[in-house]
Design a protein around this ligand. Structure first.
Ligand SMILES: [Zn+2]
Length: 286
């Protein structure tokens, strides 16, 4: 495989947020993590003999802060860096103020500790993703976020961001982490079809690591998505969280189970899925 996983050691913990380093027309990162992970990112690059200034491309799956928060900081530090992002995401990396406001509403006083500074990327260095990005096939993968894009490399590596959920090894469980505001369960199921149809050799998950059996992983993601969506439709937040806590605890140690919640708090998935159902009911009533 041509991609290297860099553990960004979010808040000092391994196996929570990762970035992938590849060589596509020069050193390229797929997702870069938040600004609070910059030291670990630098260390990860250094292990490959690189510095931030050597990077040529940053390719983003989506603009959630755990994937793209450091984009502006990297672009400031490296004036040659190009940032590839979906059409809907592009204006938000150029002017992250709205993104920051909504994230601050969601995270409250934890925002700064978790994510750090959100800096703008100069517009002239933003490239809107088409069907091909460098040597990668790019294809829309909405569901987790409406603007989510996944990338397939020629060697069969699929950078599927959060479209294929969160799996913290060695746990076999796949958590369909579903934060607000634009979860779409039906679109997400079609996205899972689109990924399997491409027959990837492996999935490169930001949360966390490389999955060698994509069909099995996607099957587990789909099953859990249906279960979680059903629970959010029927039950309370408390019931949802309690049941999901049991899901992620099966067969793993406490520490690994806790990391699932660091990659995506369960109350947030309830909020995201609940919002999906509320919107559907509004549309049906109109
Ligand atoms: Zn994420």
């Amino acid at each position: 495989m041509g991609a290297h996983l860099l553990d960004l050691e979010h808040l000092g913990r391994e196996r929570v947020i990762g970035s992938y380093l590849l060589d596509e027309d020069g050193p390229t990162l797929v997702d870069c993590g938040p600004a609070t992970c910059l030291d670990a990112l630098r260390a990860g690059l250094a292990a490959h003999g690189l510095e931030v200034g050597d990077l040529r491309h940053l390719v983003l799956t989506h603009i959630h802060l755990d994937h793209a928060g450091a984009a502006g900081s990297l672009a400031r530090e490296n004036p040659r860096l190009l940032v590839h992002v979906s059409e809907v995401g592009a204006p938000h990396v150029v002017d992250p103020s709205r993104l920051e406001r909504s994230a601050r509403r969601l995270y409250g006083e934890d925002f700064d500790r978790l994510w750090g500074a959100l800096e703008p990327v100069p517009e002239e260095r933003v490239r809107v993703v088409g069907e091909q990005v460098l040597g990668l096939e790019a294809f829309p993968t909405p569901g987790h976020a409406s603007h989510h894009v996944s990338y397939l490399a020629e060697d069969g590596s699929c950078f599927s961001g959060d479209a294929t959920g969160v799996r913290i090894p060695p746990s076999p469980y796949v958590a369909p982490v579903a934060p607000p505001p634009d979860i779409d369960v039906e679109a997400w199921e079609r996205t899972l079809d689109a990924i399997v149809e491409r027959r990837p050799e492996r999935l490169c998950l930001p949360h966390f690591g490389v999955v060698d059996d994509p069909p099995q992983h996607v099957w587990a993601c789909r099953a859990a998505l249906r279960t979680w969506a059903g629970r959010a439709r029927e039950g309370s937040e408390e019931e949802f969280v309690r049941a999901a806590e049991e899901d992620i605890r099966v067969g793993v140690d406490e520490e690994t189970a806790a990391l699932f919640q660091r990659a995506g708090p369960l109350w947030q998935s309830y909020a995201g899925l609940r919002r999906y159902w509320d919107k559907r009911e509004e549309t049906a009533a109109a």
